[in-house]
Design a binder for this molecule. Structure first.
Ligand code: SF4
Length: 275
C-alpha cells in the first residue's frame, strides 16, 4: 500500500440502500484487498483519490466517538452492517483497530449487526462479537485457486484461512455464512469448483451460502477482461458467453448450484433470479 491518510469523519453510521441493511459502517475509505472486480471503486470519485484502487486507505480515526454519539440518537432497532464499500478487517485494521473500537460501542445496544469480510482477522474480536446479542459474520470466498486469487484479489488471505476462521467463530457460537461474490465465469462456475466450495462451507459449519454473479459495470468489466486476456487467455470464450447471453447463463448457473446445494445439504441463496 502506498498512501495512508488519517482523516476525521462527520458521520459513520450511514443509511444504506442495500436491501435488509438499514445502516452501514465503513471505518476506512479504500481497501487494500485490491479486488479487481470491486464495485466500491466508485468511492475514488467521492474521496478525490487518483491513485489506483487498492493503493490507498483513509483511516477514520474519530469513527468510534462519532458512532457513540450517533447510536444515542438511533431510536429504532436496526440492522447495521460493517463493510459495504471497504473491508472492515483489511490489514490496516490490525494496527488502528477502528472496527474493533466501533464494535465495542455497539455492545450496549440491541441492534442486529453483520460483518462481511475476506479476512480471518475478524477472529481477533471474538471477545466482543460474543457480547453482541444478534451478530452474523459472512466471509466472501471467490476462488480456491491460488493463481486466480493472486490475479483477481491480490491483497486477500488464502481461502483456507477464511474457512478456518469460520470454524473458529462457530466454536464460539457466532453465526457464519459464505458469500461467493462474484462467481467468475470459467474460474468458479464449474460443477467441480462449486461442489468444492459448498462442501468446504458446510464442513466449516457455516449456516448457508449465497451466490452473486459478476456485475459488468463498464469500468470493472474492462479491467476483468484485460486480466483474463493477459493471464488466462483460454478463458476468454466463456467470458464472451457470459456477456452475450447473461440470462441464459444465470438460469443455468442457478439450476446447477441449487442441485449441488441440495445434494450436499447446504441451503443456497441467490442475489440473482432466473431470467
Ligand atoms: S474486500 Fe470488498 S471492498 Fe475490499 S477490494 Fe475486495 S471487494 Fe472491494
Amino acid at each position: 500500500m502506498k498512501y495512508t491518510n488519517l482523516i476525521e469523519c462527520r458521520s459513520i453510521l450511514n443509511k444504506s440502500g442495500i436491501p435488509g441493511i438499514d445502516y452501514a459502517i465503513n471505518p476506512y475509505i479504500g481497501c487494500t484487498h485490491k479486488c479487481q472486480y470491486c464495485y466500491a471503486v466508485f468511492m475514488k470519485r467521492f474521496s478525490g483519490h487518483t491513485e489506483p484502487w487498492g493503493d490507498f486507505v483513509d483511516i477514520k480515526t474519530n469513527a468510534p466517538a462519532v458512532l457513540e454519539r450517533q447510536l444515542t440518537r438511533l431510536t429504532r432497532r436496526s440492522h447495521i452492517n460493517f463493510g459495504t464499500v471497504c473491508d472492515a478487517y483489511q490489514p490496516i485494521e490490525r494496527k488502528y483497530r477502528i472496527t474493533r473500537k466501533c464494535l465495542s460501542k455497539l455492545i450496549p445496544y440491541h441492534h442486529s449487526v453483520s460483518i462481511l469480510t475476506k479476512s480471518p482477522l475478524v477472529t481477533r474480536d471474538i471477545d466482543l462479537l460474543k457480547q453482541i446479542k444478534d451478530i452474523e459474520v459472512g466471509f466472501t470466498i471467490t476462488t480456491l485457486d491460488p493463481k486466480v486469487r493472486r490475479v483477481f484479489e491480490p491483497g486477500t488471505t488464502p481461502p483456507d484461512q477464511r474457512f478456518s476462521a469460520i470454524e473458529m467463530l462457530n466454536r464460539h457460537g457466532i453465526r457464519t455464512w459464505v458469500f461467493v461474490a462474484p462467481v467468475l465465469p470459467y474460474f468458479t462456475d464449474s460443477q467441480q469448483t462449486i461442489t468444492q466450495i459448498i462442501r468446504k462451507t458446510r464442513d466449516a459449519g457455516a449456516r448457508y451460502i449465497m451466490f452473486d454473479t459478476l456485475n459488468p459495470y463498464p469500468k470493472v468489466w474492462k479491467n476483468i477482461k484485460r486480466l483474463v486476456k493477459k493471464y488466462f487467455p483460454e478463458a476468454i470464450e466463456q467470458f464472451r458467453d457470459f456477456q452475450d447471453d447473461s440470462d441464459h447463463y444465470h438460469n443455468r448457473l442457478r439450476r446447477k448450484i441449487t442441485d449441488i446445494g441440495f445434494k450436499n445439504m447446504l441451503p443456497c441463496k441467490f442475489t440473482f433470479g432466473c431470467g
